[in-house]
Structure formats: structure tokens, C-alpha cells
Design a protein around this ligand. Structure first.
Ligand SMILES: *Cc1c(COP(=O)(O)O)cnc(C)c1O
Length: 378
């Protein structure tokens, strides 16, 4: 099955009870048992719900893993994955991970004894240097947010395997339409489904796919024990969103390519971060491990003042956190998504006050370019 077909026919694409081609919303908490312990696969909706299950089967198929899991947010998904580890364990992570991921590792999970070291994984040799006797996993985000750094998943997973570590990949920016980290050796792939998978700015959700029966059992145990599950209504919204992921990603990509062409020659734009640019330091790896480069662009306009002027003038780029939806969004990571990262750490990473991030939407690209043009004018 090819990708666009799989988005529509993967998982459980219609209801076995009624034949309904849109999988129904099973808005239910508990299920009748014919005798004690004798039930039709579902006993309580924290443990399992048919609509959530349909979504979990779909994401499993899309990522090519053994089992899928749906959570109430991307952060709930990441936290559940971290609950596979024990107090005393150590994780090596990409240095410019999503701000919330940095926060949960450095301010929450550290309190229960799960420690982390942040390194630039775009050079996989940096991973090897940080491996300790208690290191249990390598956690990669690729491409990263907001600097669009790319890590070679195959190279990183090779190092991880040699040391008996799990490889975990946050695949939010690429989506399974462009990139399948399990094919490159990852053990666990996760998503903030709030972004491209949902695609319409109307649902907050997280998805995880694991690539072994053991991890499937362990993560189901964590999911059922800690309970951060996604509700049936939101599961249905995601199934609906995912059906059009292919056409949306193709269109995001095409619009982004044209906007890059415009920004490249603009005098107000000092630096562009986009893995599709041949000048991007990891361009070749991005080309090798993905089928597309995505719809996220970051660029530097030199100062907070310039960034504020740009933000105040755009009409179609809405000032908002988040990304990956039909509407174009614009943000300043230093003061928004990455505000939870200390200022000195941000400076080290290159997340300057003049850095602007755009999520290219599905409007007519001519409108988007005209909008940026008038907003960038002095
Ligand atoms: C948004 C995001 C998250 C967190 O997901 P939520 O759904 O907001 O909890 C994690 N990773 C990346 C790359 C993100 O963009």
C-alpha cells in the first residue's frame, strides 16, 4: 500500500459492527461483561476504547511499528515514554528539543531521578561521548524546533544499539508521510499529533509507536496505569485529519519551496534555517532519510525590534504558538515556544531574539508571499 492510500485505508478503516466508513465515536467509559472477565475486548475506556484503538492501529501502520498508543497531548506521550525508565536512568537528548520536552526532563522527571544530557545529535559522535553506565536511551528530535537541525537517525541508532540503548525519535515535524524513523533503526517514534497529524488547530493529542512486543506491553502498562489517554472524540478528529495528511503535506511543501525562494533574496532576512536548502549543513542527510523537508521555516531578521515589526504587520500569518495546521502561523521562539529555556541556554543554541519561525499553511502561496513582502518592508 502506498502512502496516501495507507492514510485512508490503514488501521481499521471502517466499523466492523455496521460497516460505517467513518469509524464511529464510541463515547463510552465501560462495557457490559457477559460473565466476570468475559467481555468483547473492551472493559474500561482507560484500558482501551474502540475509537482510540482505531487511531492507534492507524498510526502503528503509518509508522510501520508493532503497536500504537494515543495520549491526551504530545507531552503526555513523551512523559509516558519516559515512564518506561527507572529512577537512576540517564537519557541523551538532542539539544534544541521542543521547549516543553526540555522542561519536563529538566524540571519534572529529574525530580524522580531520570536525568538527561543535551547534546548536538546532528553530529552523532557527540552521542557516543556522553554515554554512561546508566544511560538507557538516545532521544532525537529531527528536524528540530526551531533551528531545523537534522540528525542522521540510522547513524544515531547504530551507536545506541551498540551500547544497548533505546532510540526514541520525535517525528512531529516530518510526520509519517515524509519520514519513518523505525525504518532507520528507531525503537520508539512519537508525535505531537496536535500539529500536522491533526492539521486543523482543533485537537491536542500525542501518539507513540513502538517496534517490539515487549515495548508494546510495557507502554500499554504505563498508559493504563498513569491514564493520560486520548478521548474518543479527539481520537476521531485525528483519524479524520490523518486521511488528508498526504495532500496537505504535499501542498505545505510546495508553498514552502516558493516562500524560501522569496526569503532567500530578501535584504531584511539575515539567515534562513530550512533542511531543504542545499546550503543547510545536514541537507544530504535530510534528503537521504526523508521524502520531503516539511513546512517549517525559521529565519533571522536581526533584532527583537525587527521581529516585532514583522509580527505586527502580517495579515495571513497568525501570531500563535503551534504549527502544522492549514492556517499559516508566525512566532518568535525566544519569547514563545522556547521561553521556558533559560536565556543563556537559548543564546548558546542560536535561538536569538530576531529569530522568527513560520509554519507555512495551505493558503494561496501568492497571498502568503505578498503578505511577507509588505510586512518585511522598512
Ligand atoms: C508541540 C510539540 C510537542 C508537544 O506536544 P503537545 O501536543 O503540545 O503536548 C512535542 N514535540 C514537538 C516537536 C512539538 O512541536
Amino acid at each position: 500500500m502506498r502512502k496516501k492510500t495507507q492514510l485512508i485505508h490503514g488501521g481499521i478503516s471502517n466499523d466492523p459492527q455496521t460497516g460505517a466508513v467513518s469509524f464511529p465515536i464510541y463515547q463510552v467509559s465501560t462495557y457490559k461483561q457477559d460473565g466476570v472477565g468475559n467481555f468483547k475486548g473492551y472493559e474500561y475506556s482507560r484500558t482501551g476504547n474502540p475509537t482510540r484503538n482505531a487511531l492507534e492501529e492507524l498510526i502503528k501502520d503509518l509508522e510501520g511499528g508493532k503497536a500504537g498508543f494515543a495520549f491526551g497531548s504530545g507531552m503526555a506521550a513523551i512523559t509516558a515514554v519516559m515512564m518506561l525508565f527507572n529512577s537512576g536512568d540517564h537519557i541523551i537528548m538532542t539539544d534544541d528539543v521542543y521547549g516543553g520536552t526540555y522542561r519536563v526532563m529538566s524540571k519534572v522527571l529529574n525530580r524522580v531521578g531520570i536525568s538527561s544530557t543535551f547534546v548536538d545529535t546532528s553530529d552523532p559522535a557527540n552521542i557516543e561521548k556522553e554515554i554512561r553506565s546508566n544511560t538507557k536511551a538516545v532521544y532525537i528530535e529531527t528536524p528540530t524546533n526551531p533551528l531545523l537541525k537534522v540528525t542522521d537517525v540510522e547513524a544515531a541508532a547504530k551507536i545506541a544499539k551498540a551500547h544497548n540503548l533505546l532510540t526514541i525519535v520525535d517525528n512531529t515535524f516530518s510526520t509519517p508521510y515524509w519520514q519513518n524513523p523505525i525504518d532507520n533503526g528507531a525503537d520508539i517514534v512519537l508525535h505531537s499529533a496536535t500539529k500536522y497529524l491533526g492539521g486543523h488547530s482543533d485537537v491536542v493529542a500525542g501518539l507513540v509507536v513502538v517496534n517490539s512486543e515487549q515495548l508494546a506491553q510495557d507502554l500499554h502498562f504505563v498508559q493504563n496505569s498513569t491514564g493520560g489517554v486520548l478521548g474518543p472524540q479527539d481520537s476521531w478528529l485525528l483519524i479524520r485529519g490523518i486521511k488528508t495528511l498526504g495532500v496537505r503535506m504535499e501542498e505545505h511543501e510546495a508553498n514552502t519551496a516558493q516562500i524560501i525562494e522569496f526569503l532567500k533574496d530578501h535584504p531584511a532576512v539575515e539567515k534562513i534555517y530550512y533542511p531543504g536548502l542545499p546550503t543547510h549543513p545536514n541537507h544530504e542527510i535530510a534528503k537521504k532519510q526523508g521524502r520531503g523537508f516539511g513546512g517549517m521555516i525559521s529565519f533571522d531578521v536581526g533584532s527583537q525590534d525587527n521581529a516585532d515589526k514583522l509580527l505586527s504587520k502580517t495579515k495571513y500569518f497568525t501570531l500563535a504558538e503551534s504549527l502544522g495546521a492549514v492556517e499559516s502561523l508566525i512566532s518568535v521562539p525566544a519569547r514563545m515556544t522556547h521561553a521556558s529555556i533559560p536565556a543563556e541556554r537559548r543564546a548558546e543554541l542560536g535561538i536569538t531574539d530576531g529569530l522568527v519561525r513560520i509554519s507555512v499553511g495551505l493558503e494561496d502561496v501568492e497571498d502568503l508571499i505578498e503578505d511577507l513582502k509588505q510586512a518585511l518592508e522598512k
